[in-house]
Design a protein around this ligand. Structure first.
Ligand SMILES: [Zn+2]
Length: 128
């Protein structure tokens, strides 16, 4: 997972975060082996701000189409530690492996922590 975390860290350097100062990067790997990154893109209206994870998902869908499945995700915020927010967990769930088996890695107490999406978002919202 360190390789994906390295990609996420490099991406975070490009984040647009003039309001919060929280520069976040995300890297994900699809079941097909594609790798995509995203950064948070803030907006003066705040509510339009896009998280790094959702930015990466949009990149992946744009490249692989609607059938993609996300196998692994790494997310990092430069100088801070936190897992994906609730909105991003739900967005990731839309493209997760069966049973929410997608692996999500983030930093906690200075260490890499891996959780499945099912652990991060039990009973995710689904229309079906
Ligand atoms: Zn988020």
């Amino acid at each position: 997972m360190a390789d994906l975390m390295d990609l996420a860290r490099a991406a975070a350097e490009k984040a647009y975060a003039p309001y919060s100062g929280f520069r976040v990067g995300c890297a994900l790997e699809t079941a097909a082996g594609g790798r995509f990154t995203g950064v948070n893109v803030e907006n003066a209206s705040y509510g339009l701000t896009l998280c790094a994870e959702r930015s990466a998902v949009c990149q992946a869908v744009s490249a692989e189409g609607p059938g993609l499945r996300i196998a692994r995700v790494a997310v990092i915020c430069l100088g801070h530690e936190f897992p994906p927010c609730g909105a991003c967990r739900q967005m990731l769930a839309e493209f997760a492996l069966t049973g929410g088996a997608t692996e999500v890695t983030f930093l906690k107490d200075g260490r890499l922590v891996m959780r499945t999406l099912a652990e991060l978002l039990p009973e995710a919202f689904q229309l079906a």
